[in-house]
Write a new protein. Structure first.
Length: 256
């Protein structure tokens, strides 16, 4: 793999993958993936179905273990034999495509899942939970209704915002979003884009896996293309055309 990285964001590398490989039995899902995301940038990962995007996400987040290669967070090796909890401990928050929300629970509880505030170490501190939920939604400049509203009553766009807000509440320097606009309309996609722009401006590394090239070219600073389990190139968005990216995805354009 070769990539153009003539200039990079000034925040320094947040997440690096070098020569990452993964097979499932006799099927090779990732053959050789190199990828670097920097603090203070939105970095999009694009590719056709079967390119290896989902496998890469699951390896970064500890759901799958890579067979080879190296993963670094802020220059520190994560190792290959690790868990999803290890990824969180090293500063990675993720919003999966299925959002992983519990529909029967309200917004504030969903935002706090995995880290429920307690009084006296035992009792659920609902008042604090609701206050913290309101605070994080206010910080994102979004309104999704009362924080006591069950998630099952929300629209698709509102659920996506709740899932992003949960990742933001974790206060991690790296946020990974898997297809954040897949089921959203134009207005809802615009709001998600505004949120991730603000996360980037706050100095976080935002990694966005997406099929939506319009969204990618509107918000991403750099784009990495995966094809058939390999990273074939990284381009600055301002220096590449949509046709070139499509050519890299399909193989019609050879990365230089």
């Amino acid at each position: 793999m070769s990539s153009t990285m003539d200039s990079t964001p000034g925040g320094g590398p947040a997440l690096q993958l070098t020569g990452v490989t993964k097979s499932f039995g006799s099927v090779s899902a990732l053959e050789h993936v190199d990828f670097t995301a920097y603090r203070g940038e939105i970095h999009a990962i694009v590719g056709d179905n079967g390119a290896g995007k989902s496998t890469m996400v699951k390896i970064v987040t500890g759901i799958h273990r890579a067979d080879g290669g190296e993963i670094l967070v802020n220059g520190e090796s994560l190792g290959l034999r690790r868990t999803a909890a290890d990824a969180v401990d090293h500063g990675i928050a993720v919003v999966y495509q299925d959002l992983a929300l519990v529909e029967c629970l309200d917004i504030s509880t969903n935002l706090a899942l995995g880290n429920l505030p307690r009084k006296f170490g035992v009792l659920l501190d609902r008042r604090r939970m609701e206050r913290e939920a309101s605070d994080v939604l206010t910080s994102l400049k979004v309104r999704v209704g009362d924080v006591r509203t069950p998630v099952g009553l929300l629209s698709g766009g509102q659920r996506q915002i709740v899932a992003i807000a949960r990742a933001v509440r974790m206060d991690k320097p790296i946020i990974l979003l898997d297809e954040p606009t897949a089921a959203l309309g134009v207005q809802e996609s615009f709001k998600v884009g505004t949120i991730i722009d603000e996360l980037r401006d706050a100095g976080q590394a935002v990694i966005c896996v997406s099929h939506d090239l319009e969204f990618v070219f509107t918000h991403a600073d750099r784009i990495t293309v995966l094809r058939l389990g390999r990273s074939v190139g990284t381009r600055k968005t301002s220096e590449v055309t949509r046709d070139e990216i499509i050519g890299m995805i399909t193989g019609a354009v050879t990365a230089a």
